[in-house]
Design a protein around this ligand. Structure first.
Ligand code: GDP
Length: 295
C-alpha cells in the first residue's frame, strides 16, 4: 500500500540523493507531487492546500529516525495525514437508546439516495435489525415505486402515502408506524433535486425538526469530486449532517470526495456504495480510500 505515492515521490527525491534529512528546500518537489495526486483525485482545492501545508509542517518538525530515509518518512507522514483527515476507524451507524433509530437520507437527485436507502436497510437486516423504509419523495412518483420495488426485493416494508401527501407528514407517520410495529430502524428517503434549492432545503429542515433523526446521512456521488465539497458545505450548514455515504465508488472515481466531505463537515463517511445492486454497500475504510486517492 502507498507504493504508488512512493513511486511518484521517487522522482522528486532522486534529485536529492545524498540528503540525509527533510528540509524546507528539499521537500518542495515532494509536496508538489502530493498536491498533484490530490488534485487529480478531484479533492477540493482548499482542502488540498490545507492538507499540503499540514504535511509540510509535520515533515519539517519530524525527528530524524536513523535508518529511515527521508522519502520513506515523508510517505509515512502523508499516509498518516490522510487517515487523520478521513478518520482512522469506521464509525458505525448510530443506534437510538429507545427504538426506533431514525435515519434521514439527504442529497441531490441521481446520487444514489434511494438505492442507498435500500442498501442500508439490507445491511441492517443482515445484522438482524428490523427496518422500515419511508418514501417521502412525492415530487417524483417513480421514486416511491422504486422504493416499493426495492423493498419487495430485500423483504423490507415500505411506508408511503402516495404522491399527494405532505412529505413531512409522511415522515412523521412513518416513524409512528415504526414505533407501533416495534421496528429497530426507520430510514427516510427524501426528495432530491438536480441542484440545491431553497424549497428542498426548507422541507428537509422541517422533516428533520419533526422526526428528530439519530442520523442525517448525506449521499454523495463520488464521481462529482469538486462539487461534493460545495454540496457538503451547504447541507451541513443548513441541515446539519451526522455522516455521509459515498456512492459509485465502483466507477473510475479516485475518491477525492472522501477527503473533502470529512474535512469540510467534520462528519465521518460511514459507507461506500460499490455498485448498482442492493448488496453493493460496504462500511467505509479510510485506508482503502487513501490508497485509491494516491493512485
Ligand atoms: P436518487 O435519485 O439519488 O435516489 O438515485 P438512485 O438511487 O435512483 O440512483 C441513481 C442511479 O445511480 C441508478 O441508476 C442507480 O442504479 C445508480 N447507483 C446508485 N448507487 C450506485 C453505486 O454505488 N454504483 C453504481 N455504479 N451505480 C449506482
Amino acid at each position: 500500500m502507498f507504493d504508488a505515492l512512493a513511486d511518484r515521490l521517487e522522482g522528486a527525491w532522486k534529485k536529492l540523493r545524498g540528503q540525509d534529512k527533510i528540509s524546507q528546500s528539499n521537500i518542495q518537489d515532494a509536496l508538489r507531487e502530493v498536491r498533484r495526486a490530490l488534485l487529480e483525485a478531484d479533492v477540493n482545492l482548499q482542502v488540498v492546500k490545507d492538507f499540503v501545508s499540514e504535511v509540510e509542517t509535520k515533515a519539517l518538525g519530524a525527528e530524524v529516525i536513523s535508518g529511515v530515509r527521508p522519502d520513506q518518512q515523508f510517505v509515512k507522514i502523508v499516509h498518516e495525514q490522510l487517515i487523520e483527515v478521513m478518520g482512522d476507524v469506521n464509525v458505525p451507524l448510530a443506534e437510538a437508546e429507545t427504538s426506533p433509530t431514525v435515519v434521514l437520507m439527504a442529497g441531490l437527485q441521481g446520487t444514489g439516495k434511494t438505492t442507498a436507502t435500500a442498501k442500508l436497510a439490507l445491511h441492517l437486516r443482515k445484522l438482524e435489525r428490523s427496518c422500515l423504509m419511508v418514501a417521502t419523495d412525492v415530487y417524483r412518483p417513480a421514486a416511491i415505486d422504486q422504493l416499493i420495488t426495492l423493498g419487495k426485493q430485500i423483504e423490507v416494508p415500505v411506508f408511503e402515502l402516495g404522491s399527494d401527501a405532505n412529505p413531512v407528514e409522511i415522515a412523521r407517520q412513518g416513524v409512528e408506524r415504526a414505533k407501533a410495529d416495534g421496528i429497530d430502524t426507520v430510514i427516510i428517503d427524501t426528495a432530491g433535486r438536480l441542484q440545491i434549492d431553497t424549497d428542498m432545503m426548507a422541507e428537509l429542515a422541517t422533516i428533520k425538526e419533526t422526526v428528530q433523526p439519530n442520523e442525517v446521512l448525506l449521499v454523495v456521488d463520488s464521481m462529482t469530486g469538486q462539487e461534493a465539497a460545495t454540496l457538503t458545505h451547504t447541507f451541513h450548514e443548513q441541515i446539519g449532517i451526522t455522516g455521509a455515504i459515498l456512492t459509485k465508488m465502483d466507477g473510475d472515481s479516485r475518491g477525492g470526495a472522501a477527503l473533502s466531505v470529512r474535512k469540510i463537515s467534520g462528519q465521518p463517511i460511514k459507507f461506500v456504495g460499490v455498485g448498482e445492486k442492493v448488496e453493493a454497500l460496504q462500511p467505509f475504510y479510510p485506508e482503502r480510500i487513501a490508497s485509491r486517492i494516491l493512485g
